[in-house]
Design a protein around this ligand. Structure first.
Ligand code: G3P
Length: 231
């Protein structure tokens, strides 16, 4: 499983990238609003993120009709070679995704909650699909079980024939981004059930590294090493 960081905060992205294990970034309008982002700076901000990370950077289209999504998607794709256009899993989103995928523009279909939605995303040419785990839990459903069903269903088929067009004329197989992950336990479950990617908020990413037994063990080693130095 690859790790993406789910944030628009440049400091968090820089820091996560410095750990050496980061494969990409996902953003959305809420995350951009959270950092006080302005509309006039949005494209420039996405470019700055794309300079920090070599891997895919998802930037969301905010149009609701297919023509608007296609127009915004083409503009976003021009910002950097690693931009992925985030598109909601709606009828208009599916139609726009097919056009963008046929132009070789990778799409991350977001706000996906069910198996039929995920299969339709794959059939419309999405490069990635993002099932939301935490938000399903929020309505007393089982987000991890839904993610597992989606991974299983997509694994049942060779979906590359309908995927995003590559430069060599072949098509990409869709990858599942486990999204709306709220804890290290969510991340572990996503890995165990075979999600291709986990997109993780920075605070949760830190919790994925930190463990009380690691901290306690290190303290004990350091204490004993002081004894060795003073012996
Ligand atoms: O990648 C999707 C994510 O940003 C949504 O997370 O916690 O707002 O449900 P959350």
């Amino acid at each position: 499983m690859k790790f993406f960081v789910d944030t628009a905060n440049l400091d968090e992205i820089k820091e996560a990238a410095s750990w050496g294990a980061l494969a990409g970034v996902t953003t959305n309008p809420t995350l951009y609003a959270r950092i006080g982002g302005k509309l006039s700076d949005f494209h420039h901000h996405i470019q700055r993120i794309c300079e920090l990370v070599a891997g895919p950077v998802s930037a969301e289209s905010t149009a609701s009709d297919r023509d608007g999504i296609i127009r915004e998607g083409r503009e976003l794709a021009k910002l950097a070679s690693n931009v992925v256009v985030k598109v909601p899993t709606t009828i208009e989103g599916l139609a726009a995704t097919r056009t963008l995928a046929n132009e070789g523009i990778p799409v991350n279909m977001t706000l996906c909650f069910t198996v039929p939605q995920a299969i339709l995303a794959a059939r419309s040419g999405a490069r990635y699909v993002s099932p939301f785990v935490g938000r399903f839990d929020d309505i007393s459903e089982h987000g991890v079980a839904q993610l597992e069903d989606i991974v299983t269903a997509l694994g049942n088929y060779d979906l590359s024939e309908s995927g995003c067009l590559r430069a060599d004329g072949k098509r990409e197989h869709i990858e599942v981004i486990a999204a709306s992950l709220r804890s290290a336990a969510h991340v572990a479950q996503a890995a165990l059930l075979g999600a291709d990617i986990a997109t993780v908020p920075f605070a949760v990413l830190k919790k994925c590294v930190e463990h009380p037994l690691t901290t306690a063990g290190l303290e004990a080693f350091n204490k004993d090493w002081e004894k060795v130095k003073n012996a």
